[in-house]
Design a protein around this ligand. Structure first.
Ligand code: PMT
Length: 346
């Protein structure tokens, strides 16, 4: 008899770009494993649950992707190769520093020579609206030519750019994106299959906010739900918890860290402990929605350690992920030593 998670995979088709992503994952893991480098799979952002097959409406899980994106940068600093599995359009490592209008705020327009004034460019730009695409591109190129970084932005951009270039040159960061909860599980399982041979060197850092409820594919209406037939009654069903096969079957030797988000402080630690008892993985990082940026608790079967930023640290812009990732890396190293794994390549 098949299990609930096997039924889930049987009902839901893989995403269209699945085979491409699977090849990328395989190549990435094999390359870093050959070099003896530890690999962390970070999941980040929220999954969606479609309410229609041709989806107009969906249920979303809250997460901006901050935890995952910031953590990825710190894992890279610790010498890990990082698979960043994220919700499409949620925050990503490095670019997160310039999201929204931050990048535009860093740019300035500079006069270049007597023949090209900003007014000329602006006037020509308005002309382009009726012109060919080629002409529009040539004008845009001129605009870029006269746009430069504001001097005080160089200090912000340069260190981020240097770290990004280093990660890129080392081929140490792989992005794969999901949107729906079923995309998420297909990618998660594929990544685990590629990571399994890394044994205790592989870490899973499951920070994504994953839906617990969904409408099974065979219950989905094909078209947009209409309002003129009255208020719809939508019956959600439970999504099987994938932590169970993940820990027991897919990556039994990996160092698995899951996250627990609650809004009720009283539930947080008991729920984290219950998850550890049930799934038998290494750690739950417990965080409360309202305080998650300055307080997390690292819960293991025998211990619990709070990481709390002071008011001054919060004010100075300290990332709690710097401390969180540092501590998890320390414990991962201890775990590898216990398992007899040689020191990883820095
Ligand atoms: O991105 P930010 O805005 O910075 O927010 C970060 C965060 C608060 C989202 C993050 O720190 C966090 O807590 N993420 C986990 C939130 C969550 O969805 O918890 P959960 O109770 O639904 O799931 C607990 C664990 O079970 C998760 O590790 C998940 O991978 C796993 N799970 C969940 C559902 C499911 N069907 N199967 C699973 O295996």
């Amino acid at each position: 008899m098949s299990t609930q998670w096997e039924d889930f995979f049987a009902i839901h088709l893989p995403p269209t770009d699945f085979e491409d992503n699977r090849s990328l994952l395989r190549e990435f893991c094999e390359r870093h494993e050959r070099h003896g480098r530890c690999i962390v799979l970070i999941t980040s952002g929220g999954t969606t649950v479609p309410l229609e097959y041709n989806t107009v409406r969906f249920v979303d899980n809250f997460s901006a992707g901050t935890r995952g994106a910031v953590s990825a940068e710190y894992f890279l600093e610790h010498g890990y190769a990082v698979i960043f599995m994220h919700r499409l359009k949620s925050l990503e490592p490095f670019t997160r520093h310039f999201s929204g209008q931050k990048l535009l705020d860093m740019l300035d327009i500079q006069e270049r020579g007597p023949n090209t004034t900003i007014t000329d460019i602006a006037l020509r730009w308005f002309e382009t609206q009726a012109e060919s695409e080629q002409y529009q591109v040539s004008v845009l190129k001129k605009v870029c030519d006269i746009a430069a970084l504001k001097p005080d932005s160089v200090d912000v951009l340069a260190p981020v750019l240097l770290r990004y270039k280093a990660a890129h040159a080392a081929g140490a960061l792989l992005h794969v994106a999901f949107t729906t909860v079923s995309d998420y599980f297909w990618l998660l399982r594929a990544a685990c299959e590629c990571l399994a041979s890394s044994g205790p060197c592989a870490m899973l850092y499951l920070a994504a906010a994953v839906s617990d409820f969904y409408v099974p594919k065979d219950h989905l209406p094909t078209h947009k739900i209409q309002s003129d037939t009255g208020a719809p009654i939508i019956q959600l069903q439970l999504v099987p918890k994938m932590l169970a096969p993940l820990v027991n079957l897919w990556v039994p030797s990996a160092y698995v860290v899951s996250f627990k988000l609650e809004t009720d402080e009283n539930l947080l630690i008991p729920k984290a402990r219950a998850a550890l008892e049930k799934y038998k993985h290494k750690m739950v990082v417990a965080n409360q929605l309202q305080t998650r940026r300055h307080r997390v608790v690292l819960v293991t079967p025998k211990t619990s350690q709070e990481i709390l930023l002071t008011r001054e640290e919060v004010h100075a812009g300290t990332d709690i992920e710097c401390l969180l990732v540092g501590e998890i890396v320390r414990r991962h190293k201890e775990h590898m030593q216990l398992e007899g794994v040689p020191e990883p390549v820095p």
